[in-house]
Design a protein around this ligand. Structure first.
Ligand SMILES: Cc1ncc(COP(=O)(O)O)c(C=O)c1O
Length: 396
């Protein structure tokens, strides 16, 4: 049986990480991997997480299963974080939430729910989108189509082209949107654009499916939930896949959630039972530890303030790096306008240089990024900024 299975090509990002590890240049810079790094180039455990883990270690009394939907406290804390505690959809009991293994688990479980609800649904994703969206959603068997999103010449969203394409979406289709900090472009929808898409969803009967993996990395923890909250208030149905990997820095603990907003309380209960059934058929139950940490931090005022301070510091660092990179590129005579880097938000931006220029950065300067020129901004620091900006200007 297994002799029929061919060897698959290596994952491009993992290949890039390998090449970086094996590069002996002392000045090498990794702008490929999508995790937050501090000024020392490390991804440390947040202090608030360490404190919560200490409490959990002392207080935890059992390791029995937590059930397919995960911990109730986690669900309550996450729905408040995403929607705000007094959101009308919560008051109307139109919301159901389950804990998942990471944002990836959330995306897949949500897509399985879509498949049960409408096996003929198409999921529309932005062009470009995060590479893993395609296997996570498409491996369910649902059809995937793309809508235009990023204009690499003008470095902004192609909103007219996007809405034109979405005119073709059918009732019952899903439109995948990035809640904030679009990966890979860093170009986010404005409040007006969120409203336009909400109106379109109401008129055309498609359902937005919001992936929010960077809440707190854009404008702030509340501000970044703008689109999620607007759509949950104004639309009959909405799917949200949330990840705690980045904003709590607990990547390997695998913490995420599917939140769905239904037309009414009865449908929300029905979907809750469907989600539990889907989970039973895939991994049965989510892991406990990471979600317990998140719930403890969000429920405890002191820990919550501590965490918000750490999250704000991560956001501010990335924001400042964007400004510093622009200043350095200008000071070194970049010639072209890179100011878009400071208008974009979150961990990523495209440099909007060619694959050949990306290759030169790698081969001549040991600077690593994906061939589409996406950079993970947190990989920049005071030690490598000068070298990096000179190298970029050098290949322009
Ligand atoms: C856009 C986007 N969605 C979802 C995820 C899922 O993250 P995880 O499964 O690690 O929580 C990521 C992680 O990189 C992401 O960039």
């Amino acid at each position: 049986m297994f002799e029929n299975l061919p060897q698959l090509p290596a994952d491009p990002i993992l290949g890039l990480m390998d090449a970086f590890r094996n590069d002996s240049n002392a000045n090498k810079i990794d702008l490929g991997v999508g995790v937050y790094k501090n000024e020392q180039g490390e991804t440390p455990v947040l202090e608030s997480v360490k404190l919560a883990e200490r409490d959990i270690l002392e207080q935890e009394k059992t390791k029995v299963y937590i059930g397919p939907a995960g911990a109730v406290e986690f669900g309550t804390a996450m729905q408040n974080l995403l929607l705000g505690a007094d959101h009308p959809a919560l008051r109307d009991n139109r919301v159901t939430i389950i804990q998942t293994p990471g944002g990836c688990g959330a995306l897949r479980v949500a897509a399985e729910l879509v498949k049960k609800g409408n096996p003929d649904a198409t999921i529309w994703v932005s062009d470009p989108t995060w590479g893993n969206h395609i296997p996570l959603l498409g491996d369910t068997g649902l059809q995937i189509k793309t809508y235009p999103y990023y204009d690499a010449v003008n470095h902004q969203i192609r909103f007219d082209a996007m809405t034109d394409a979405l005119q073709q979406a059918q009732q019952g289709d899903l439109i995948l949107l990035h809640g904030c900090c679009h990966n890979p472009s860093g170009a986010d929808l404005s409040q007006e654009q969120w409203q336009t898409l909400t109106n379109m969803a109401n008129e055309k009967g498609f359902t937005p499916f919001i992936d929010i993996a960077y809440q707190g990395f854009g404008a702030g923890i509340e501000e970044d939930a703008y689109g999620v909250r607007l759509m949950a208030e104004q639309l009959p149905e909405l799917l949200i896949a949330s990840s705690c990997s980045k904003n709590f820095g607990i990547y390997r603990e695998r913490v995420g959630a599917v939140l769905m907003v239904a037309k009414n309380a009865e449908q929300a209960r029905a979907c809750s039972s469907q989600l539990a059934r889907i989970v039973r058929g895939i991994y049965s139950m989510p892991p406990s530890h990471g979600a317990a940490v998140v719930a403890h931090i969000l429920e405890n005022d002191v820990l919550r303030q501590h965490w918000l301070g750490e999250l704000n510091a991560m956001r501010e660092r990335i924001h400042n790096l964007r400004g510093q990179l622009l200043d350095q590129l200008n000071a070194k005579g970049a010639g072209s306008d890179f100011s878009f880097i400071t208008r974009q938000s979150g961990m990523f931006s495209f440099l909007d240089i060619s694959p050949a220029q990306v290759q030169r950065l790698r081969e001549e300067f040991s600077i690593y990024m994906t061939s589409d020129s996406r950079i993970s901004v947190a990989g920049i620091n005071n030690n490598n900024l000068d070298y990096l900006s000179s190298a970029i200007v050098g290949v322009l």
